[in-house]
Design a binder for this molecule. Structure first.
Ligand SMILES: [Zn+2]
Length: 413
């Protein structure tokens, strides 16, 4: 049962808010809904009738009597509608279809963005979505929307350099293009925020449990859930941990600063160090080519996980910087839980988790007060896809939770 949430009777979003109360309650009676929402019994009866007529909720039996006749119980008709989340990544696109309850009902993995043009990727996504719905036997009319998780910043214009690889994606509004191509309502957010949302939904986290999700793909991002909501920051760009300075005299970063985490610990930095070891790079077939960045990094991570000492040293050097950054995050936010997600943690996630855990256990200011859990994300490393689907569900079904978003393109970093 969720906590009481007062809903204004004149709100346009009352129906959606009631639907969300039913979702978060599991099974609930009309009387309980009236108590939780502050609406009258008559209003609740009217709204429930319209939700039943629309097939969104169903009556499932009777609750205990509190004197009069036993109240009928209502729950979400989870298979009435579906949402899809797409995690956009250089190496692969991951499509995750969930039902109304956020349960995963199907998944599809296809080749990543690579160096493809944005418009070509969007065309392909529309085709792949069509195939996915057909294979899962889901009518498109039952799909409420698409959530897209990708790396990057929300921008409001300006001439600042905004990504390492300035390309056509810089100013491309992927959600508008995909919405046009599919006719489905589309919402997007950065992958770290989506991964945190995926952990929240699929990990069944209580709203009282604040936590952060560290995401690693080509760079880093931090998603933060507080009080059951995504923390956003002033411009929805909270969590740019990749540009936290971890060495004041470190190498120049493309962002204009120096010694940033990304420059010292991201896959590109690890691959660059591996290339200085000719034997190792030939043994692992590392080319150093920009196009094979993820392949090269995965080779090193895999070989480190298997115990190759030279690879392990490279991954551990990266993990030490990540752990230093996460120690600062824990000290700033007094977190109890950190989850790791994203394709960068696929092979060596356990090594990163261990380094973060050890540093926090040894040095966190609150170490005498409470422990900090550091774990791989519960829904798996593709938590961002599940989170993006949840984002679509929330955006479409519970508009009262919408956050105003800045207008701008998705900037890949
Ligand atoms: Zn930087």
């Amino acid at each position: 049962m969720s906590s009481t949430r007062r809903i204004g009777p004149s709100s346009e979003n009352t129906r959606s808010a009631i639907l969300d109360l039913i979702r978060s309650s599991g099974t609930v009676s009309r009387i309980e809904l009236a108590e939780m929402s502050g609406l009258t019994g008559t209003s609740i009866t009217r709204i429930i009738k319209s939700l039943i007529d629309a097939g969104l909720v169903i009556e499932t039996g009777f609750g205990d009597s509190t004197g009069g006749k036993r109240p009928s119980l209502i729950e979400l008709n989870v298979l009435a509608r579906f949402a899809v989340g797409v995690s956009l990544d250089d190496a692969r696109l991951t499509y995750t279809v969930t039902d109304l309850g956020g349960n995963v009902v199907g998944q599809l993995v296809t080749p990543g963005i690579g160096k493809s043009r944005p418009s070509d990727v969007v065309m392909r996504m529309a085709e792949e979505l069509e195939t996915l719905f057909r294979d899962l036997d889901i009518p498109v009319d039952d799909v409420v929307g698409v959530g897209v998780a990708g790396a990057g910043l929300d921008i409001r214009g300006g001439a600042e350099r905004l990504s390492l690889t300035a390309d056509e994606w810089e100013s491309f509004a992927v959600q508008e293009a995909l919405e046009l191509q599919t006719g489905l309502p589309t919402v997007r957010d950065n992958d770290a925020a989506c991964a945190a949302l995926g952990q929240f939904w699929a990990g069944r986290m209580p709203a009282t449990q604040d936590f952060a999700t560290l995401y690693m793909a080509n760079g880093f991002g931090l998603g933060m859930m507080a009080g059951g909501h995504l923390s956003r920051g002033a411009s929805s760009n909270l969590g740019e941990i990749g540009h936290m300075v971890v060495d004041v005299d470190g190498p120049d970063c493309w962002c204009g600063s120096r010694g940033c985490l990304e420059m010292l610990a991201a896959p590109r930095a690890v691959v660059a160090r591996a290339l200085q070891d000719a034997d190792l790079s030939s043994e692992l077939s590392i080319s150093g080519d920009d196009r094979s960045l993820r392949h090269d990094f995965d080779q090193i991570a895999r070989s480190a996980a298997r115990g190759n000492e030279r690879s392990l040293a490279l991954i551990e050097e990266s993990a030490r910087y990540v752990a230093v950054a996460m120690l600062s995050v824990v000290n700033l936010l007094d977190l109890e839980r950190i989850y790791l997600a994203g394709p960068g943690f696929t092979d060596a996630g356990a090594i990163y988790a261990r380094h973060i855990r050890e540093r926090i256990t040894a040095f966190a200011r609150t170490r005498a007060v409470h422990d900090v859990t550091v774990a791989l994300a519960d829904p798996g490393l593709d938590a961002a896809g599940i989170g993006a689907a949840s984002l679509a569900l929330q955006y479409v079904l519970t508009p009262h939770t919408r956050v105003s978003r800045p207008v701008g393109g998705l900037i890949r970093t």
